[in-house]
Every structure is written in C-alpha cells, then in structure tokens.
Design a protein around this ligand. Structure first.
Ligand code: ADP
Ligand code: MG
Length: 375
C-alpha cells in the first residue's frame, strides 16, 4: 500500500460566475520516502491539490470529492479532531512565504517547542533541546542563540529553514512543499533543495514537491506529475519526463525552465496563450487551444491519461498515443521545434555548479551540516 493514495480528487469552488473546477479528477500515489514532483503553470491546481490533502480549504466555497488515503485512512472522511492529529504530525506542509505561517510575535524556539509539546507531549526542557537539534539539522548556525530570535530577524532562506525545522518537528512521514524556493535566489534555492534531499534520504520522509519550474524537481524527484487546468496530463519517472516527454505542454514547460545564470535567465520562454476558464473548460483536450500540434480530434474528444511508452509513463495527448486517429506526434523531434532546451544532465550540472561555486561567498551563513551535494 502506498503512503498516500489520491483517487479521483475533485475540488471545485462555488463562485458567482459558476463552479471553478480547480482540481478536476486527479489521481496519484506516493510511496514512503519518495519525492514526487508536481509541476505545472501557475493556476493549474497544484496548491489546491495540496490544500485539499491537508483539508485546509474553507468549505464553502470549496467542495472536495474523491478519496485521499493516507496510510490507508481516508483524510476526507475524518472529523476535525482526527484531521488535526494528522496535520502537522504525520503530514506537514511548507509554503512559499514562511512569514504567513510563522507567528511574528513568538521566538522561533517558542513556535517549534509549542508544536513539540502539543503533538509529542514533551515537557518544556525536552522541547527546547529538540528545537535546537532541529535548527542545527536544517543548517542554522549558532542554533541555540538563533532560537531566541523572532522570524523577522532571519533572512528569507534561513526563514525557510526554520519552516522546514517546524515541519520536521513531529517526524512527519510526508511533507507537502509548495513553491518553497520560488522567492529565493538561486544559490539559496540550491542549498534548500539539497537540504530536502538529505532529509528524504536520511529520514525516509516522503515529499510532494510542488513548483511551476520543472528545473527545481530535476535531481530531486524520482517521479514527476505534470498538471494542467486541474488535471494531471503527464506522469513519469524524472528521467522519462525530461528525456522523453510526451505532452506538448510538458515540452513548453521544459523550454521555459529558467537558466540558473543571470544572462540566460532572461531568455525564458513562457508558453503562449492563457490557461482555459475553469468554470467552463474546453470539452476536448484542455491544452488544445494553445497547442501548436493540435488536430480536430483534440477539440472534439478529451484524451485519457494512457500509458505511452513503458509501464510508468502516461500522457493525456492524442498526438502521442498509439490509438486510432492519434499518434501523429510519435517519433517527432520536438527538441528541434522547441529550440534552446535543457537536458536533465544540464540542469543537474547547473544546480551543482551553483552550490559549489557560491559556497564560500553566500551572504547567508553556510550551513554546518548540510548533506553533500547529490550526483
Ligand atoms: P497553482 O498552485 O497551480 O498555481 P492553484 O491551485 O492555486 O494553482 O489554483 C487553481 C485554480 O483554482 C486557479 O484558477 C485559481 O484561481 C482557482 N482558485 C483557487 N482558490 C480559489 C478560491 N478560493 N475561489 C475560487 N477559485 C479559486
Ligand atoms: Mg500554487
């Protein structure tokens, strides 16, 4: 049994304009200790998926259907008390902006200790000791002294580390990390990713790593799921998705990965056009209006998420599915169409270069016990 099994998840928001189908039939699994990358343009439903898992959406306006099995228990059928004991205890979530989740008037030590006292029943002294250990674990230098500081006294990257320490406080089996490096500069971003990677390895923590930037999940995630307009449109191993992506939308995402060096960063090419209206999405493929490879069938019928090559690689695209009326993109040299693209090796190499190249001159104190850079 997988650690997390999401089946047919639908989260719709009731609005004056109609029902916004933010998440519209999403299914996936996450094994213990696995890092799964959930990737897609802004507005594709990634955050709503995570918030639905955490049961953090107000209802109304949100209405969630389906099953979210965590350790075999359906989170959607738990009462408030049960879900509270899961949240922050066995499942934790980290957000892009730690300032929204950290309490500005409490010291860092107080906030983490409170969680430890509440969830693990530690006494004051135990909680304080454990807090300092956790701050050291996430690479905060002089942890004992810094634990007495308030959130605003930390830089962005260090604050994100505090959030990670807080998420780790109760030894969660699963951490949902939503765009947590998006606001950070590339050097700090690489350090935080390296920290997460070390944690996943060391403690077998599973991560759902959410980002709009495919580059972030390269070298981090074992598998990648690509989201568009409330649906998962491609699923595969990281290697398959980077080396052999099957969905023109994924090709576009690959092309829009920012380079880590400044000069090339500006040459980021977003996918043309706008995501569809989620109140009244297209009947066929939801990406069809923006797809340069579309044919009539794409507008007329919605493609299923089918195995395209190999058991673990699925895509929802008529063009790459070997079915009647489809398949016209099979074997297409899409890399030539897309121009300047990154391979998985490029991206991993850049990430490693940034880490090594800036280790000495980082404006933030270098973490004492950061695990070594990955392959
Ligand atoms: P992502 O995280 O992929 O950028 P989100 O999951 O935040 O996207 O949002 C998915 C869609 O749901 C968006 O179109 C967004 O506007 C819509 N949405 C999110 N929250 C609400 C809400 N409270 N009411 C109405 N629509 C919402
Ligand atoms: Mg989001």
């Amino acid at each position: 049994m997988a650690l997390l099994e999401v089946r047919g998840l639908k989260t719709h928001f009731r609005t004056r304009q109609g029902d916004v189908r933010a998440v519209d039939g999403v299914s996936f699994e996450l094994e213990a200790g696995e890092t799964l990358g959930l990737v897609g343009e802004s507005g594709s439903g990634k955050s709503v998926t995570a918030l639905s898992i955490m049961r953090l959406l107000a209802s109304p306006p949100a209405r969630t259907e389906g099953e979210i099995l965590f350790d075999g228990q359906d989170l959607l059928r738990m009462d408030e008390a049960q879900i509270r004991s899961v949240r922050g205890n066995r499942v934790a979530m980290i957000f892009q902006d730690p300032m929204t989740s950290l309490n500005p008037v409490l010291t860092v030590e107080r906030q983490i200790s409170e969680a430890l006292e509440l969830h693990l029943g530690m006494n004051r002294a135990q909680a304080r000791r454990r807090t300092i250990e956790l701050l050291e674990l996430v690479g905060i230098a002089s942890a004992e002294r810094r634990s007495r500081d308030y959130p605003h006294q930390f830089s962005g990257g260090m604050r994100q580390r505090v959030m990670i320490a807080m998420a780790l406080s109760c030894n969660p089996r699963l951490i949902l990390a939503d765009e947590i490096t998006t606001a950070l500069d590339v050097t700090i971003q690489a350090q935080i990713l390296d920290l997460l990677k070390g944690l996943a390895r060391e403690y077998q923590t599973a991560f759902l790593l959410i980002t709009h930037d495919l580059g972030i999940v390269a070298g981090m995630a074992q598998r990648i799921h690509v989201m568009y307009a409330g649906r998962i449109v491609e699923k595969g191993t990281a290697v398959d998705v980077f080396a052999n992506p099957k969905m023109p939308y994924t090709w576009g995402l690959l092309r829009s990965i920012p380079r880590l060096d400044e000069e090339r960063r500006q040459r980021l090419t977003p996918i043309e056009g706008m995501p569809p209206d989620l109140v009244d999405p297209p009947t066929g493929c939801r990406f069809e209006p923006r797809c340069q490879y579309r044919r009539d069938i794409c507008r007329e019928q919605e493609p299923g998420l089918l195995t395209v090559d190999g058991v673990d690689h699925e895509a929802a695209c008529w063009g790459t599915q070997p079915v009647a009326g489809g398949g016209w993109l099979i074997g297409r040299d899409w890399r030539r169409d897309m121009g300047d693209l990154h391979t998985l090796d490029d991206i991993k190499h850049e990430a490693a270069t940034v880490l090594v190249g800036h280790a000495g001159d980082a404006t933030e104190s270098a973490p004492a016990d950061l695990p070594p850079a990955g392959p």
